[in-house]
Design a protein. Structure first.
Length: 149
């Protein structure tokens, strides 16, 4: 194959690996291959032959994979200390700020910290305004809660 073609193949591969990593967020599985493909792109644009591009891709991918996997394992094992995502709200307490309408077309709302969420009780009972609650789980954009004493 023409060396000019390999330059663009490597560039496209690097972009796909990086975009795939962005879509997977936090897995650090495709990123090493993106780094390797970027190295192969640089080698190809520098005018090296195809075997040198492949060698740089494999070696840089392996090195960055070896460097990133321990960090990915630590992050997965340690949980999320910052508390990002809706799952951080499970166990939090809040207050019902509005009740659902009688027709059932609008959910009630609850204030949890500084956020307002649509709310429903875990047993289906209505929650009057002012009821103290605890979050049981998050289902999409709704907080499923139970009243606290």
């Amino acid at each position: 194959m023409d060396p000019e073609v390999w330059r663009w193949i490597w560039l496209g591969a690097a972009a796909l690996f990086v975009l795939g990593e962005i879509a997977m967020t936090g897995a650090f599985f495709l990123l090493p291959f993106g780094v390797g493909a970027t190295a192969a792109t640089i080698v190809a644009f520098a005018g090296a032959s195809e075997p040198w591009s492949w060698l740089s891709f494999v070696s840089v991918s392996a090195a960055s994979f070896a460097g990133l996997r321990p960090m990915a394992r630590r992050m997965a094992r340690g949980g999320n200390p910052v508390g990002v995502g809706a799952g951080r709200l499970v166990g939090e307490t809040g207050m019902v700020t509005s009740e659902p309408d009688e027709a059932g077309t609008r959910l009630g709302t609850v204030r949890i910290g500084r956020e307002d969420w649509h709310v429903e009780s875990d047993d289906g009972t209505p929650l009057p305004t002012g009821t103290a609650i605890e979050v049981v789980r998050i289902e999409g954009t709704r907080a499923v809660v139970r009243p606290t004493d």
